[in-house]
Design a protein around this ligand. Structure first.
Ligand SMILES: NC(=O)c1ccc[n+]([C@@H]2O[C@H](COP(=O)([O-])OP(=O)(O)OC[C@H]3O[C@@H](n4cnc5c(N)ncnc54)[C@H](OP(=O)(O)O)[C@@H]3O)[C@@H](O)[C@H]2O)c1
Length: 508
């Protein structure tokens, strides 16, 4: 594996949850694997008064608590935190950026890190533009003595217009190839494995089209509620928080044409073409093609669970969706007429993300008399948890006659004795250090995804008669979402039953 060049990583909003839970553990893990530059420094930037010592202690605590791979050892943690500094500033003050520039120069000279700098925006999104503008004004965006890269956290805008404005501002300051828009789903091994499954195996790709695929279903379910992020979530909702980015990216990778190479733009061009081919949902059709819901109080495993409107920092009259399901089509030669179904929600029975390819039935069903209805072949690509793949197919039951049984052929990543699943942030931070933008969203992809979402946002805003259905916490969402699935007797795949009814571990 390649080692990145020496650099400084500056994290804005470093006292926040993301830095503690994800970024520092990921950086430490990279260091443990020898994948960090020989010379590097981290500067945490925040508004709070804090000594460098206190910040290092906080980061050490965070790594100890949130490092996923505890077996890798933590004995060198002090050596790691010794590379961390803290800088207090007011994000609105141009003078403070000048001081930050001087601090960076001082640290770079002391640690011999050279001129490469990565700026990570881990603040509330409302600050991205002001921070980027002031970095540029202080002359820190210019790539004279090394690269300057900008990592932007999601959400990238809250609608099409704001995303366009943010892109416009960033482009006035830096080049597109200096911008890395994080969609942490793309950092997941199993999401990347979608490409390998499709394009490294001769057996799947010939079937991966409208001739053989009946429908495609993508689910991203969370069992948790909004926890202590009610304030943020109530202004966002599932459509903005999950669909515009994570779910559409998975649609892109599932539906794209084979890229000409593994170059970042070759892959992103194909994903963009999928987004450009998404059949627009007309505002007047939103009610028919999109179902939204909100979890209501319920009992899970005997324990009372609060409803969304009673969560901390949530408006008691809130109409923010905690569940959304959409039926749509992709207007191109490969997918014309094949329905795509995507759904995501909070307080569903389990935490699971998966892509399900439902294949068409055989043209003539020889075994109808003994079997009745066929269950159909499905390829299930499990993104999380229990990462792996499952092929469901029919087989003869041993014995007399022709009794047919639906069986599974499965592969679990956990069965690979020597496989270690790096965290998404580990992979993405490593890629930014190397300058590989394959797994980051490009400006045109982001805007085209927002364009698809826009009529849904408009319909919900302009037509209050469109229902926000309640669903008891611990169930698979509102009942009307079943009516989205076209075809008699067809329904969503339910990886496990309603938690509100009974507890079931969700296996592939
Ligand atoms: N947490 C996650 O797992 C996660 C996942 C995906 C994306 N994200 C995105 O990553 C970014 C950071 O997430 P986070 O969870 O770390 O956020 P956070 O904890 O809410 O905020 C990060 C830091 O920003 C500073 N801050 C908060 N409000 C501010 C304000 N009004 N003005 C100036 N500074 C302010 C605070 O630090 P000081 O007061 O010390 O300055 C805070 O510690 C967000 O854009 C979020 O949407 C987070």
């Amino acid at each position: 594996m390649e080692k990145p060049f020496n650099l400084i990583l500056v994290i804005f909003g470093a006292t926040g949850d993301l830095t503690s839970r994800k970024l520092l553990p990921a950086l430490f893990s990279l260091k443990n694997q020898g994948l960090m530059p020989d010379k590097c420094a981290f500067i945490g930037v925040g508004r709070s008064e804090k000594s460098v010592e206190d910040f290092r202690n906080d980061m050490e605590k965070a790594v100890r608590e949130f490092l996923e791979d505890k077996d890798a050892g933590i004995s060198n943690i002090k050596q790691f935190t010794a590379c961390i500094d803290y800088f207090k500033m007011d994000y609105q003050s141009p003078g403070d950026y000048e001081k930050l520039r001087q601090e960076i120069e001082k640290i770079s000279a002391a640690r011999g890190t050279g001129g490469n700098i990565i700026f990570y925006m881990a603040t509330p999104p409302s600050l991205y533009e002001v921070i980027a503008t002031n970095i540029a004004k202080a002359g820190m965006g210019v790539q004279n003595d090394g690269f300057r890269r900008f990592i932007i956290e999601k959400p990238f805008g809250y609608d099409l217009e704001s995303a366009r404005n943010l892109n416009k501002t960033l482009h006035m300051l830096v080049q597109e190839d200096q911008i890395y828009r994080i969609d942490h789903y793309l950092g997941k091994e199993t999401v990347q494995n979608l490409l390998v499954t499709r394009f490294a195996n001769g057996i799947f790709e010939p079937l991966w089209n409208r001739n053989y695929v009946h429908r495609i279903e993508i689910t991203s379910a969370e069992s948790m509620g909004v926890e202590d992020r009610g304030g943020y979530y109530d202004g966002s909702g599932a459509l903005r928080d999950m669909v515009q980015n994570h779910l559409l990216q998975m649609v892109g990778l599932t539906a794209m044409e084979p890229p000409s190479s593994l170059e970042a733009d070759a892959i992103r061009n194909e994903v963009l073409k999928v987004f450009q081919s998404l059949q627009p949902i007309k505002e007047e059709d939103v009610e028919k093609q999109v179902i939204r819901g909100q979890y209501t109080p319920s009992k899970i495993r005997g324990e009372c669970v609060t409803g969304y409107r009673y969560e901390k920092d949530v408006d008691v009259h809130s109409r923010t969706e905690t569940y959304v399901a959409i039926r749509f089509y992709i207007d191109n030669w490969r997918w014309g007429g094949v329905p795509f179904y995507i759904r995501t929600g909070k307080r569903l029975p389990t935490r699971v993300t998966e892509v399900v390819i439902h294949f068409k039935q055989t043209p003539h069903h020889l075994f109808r008399r003994v079997m009745g209805k066929l269950s159909g072949n499905q390829l299930i690509i499990r993104i999380q948890p229990d990462e792996g793949m499952l092929l469901k197919f029919d087989m003869k039951e041993p014995g007399a006659g022709f009794n047919v049984k639906n069986v599974n052929m499965d592969f679990h990543y956990k069965d690979l004795a020597d496989a270690r699943m790096p965290s998404a942030y580990e992979r993405l931070l490593y890629d930014v250090m190397l300058g590989d933008s394959t797994l980051f969203s490009r400006d045109d992809e982001v805007e085209t995804a927002w364009k698809f979402i826009e009529p849904i946002q408009k319909a919900w805003k302009n037509n209050p008669a469109i229902k926000v259905y309640g669903y008891p916490a611990g169930t698979w969402g509102p009942e009307p979402s079943n009516s989205l699935i076209e075809g008699e007797g067809l329904m969503w795949r339910y990886p496990c039953k309603n938690m509100a009814d009974e507890e079931l571990y969700c296996e592939l």
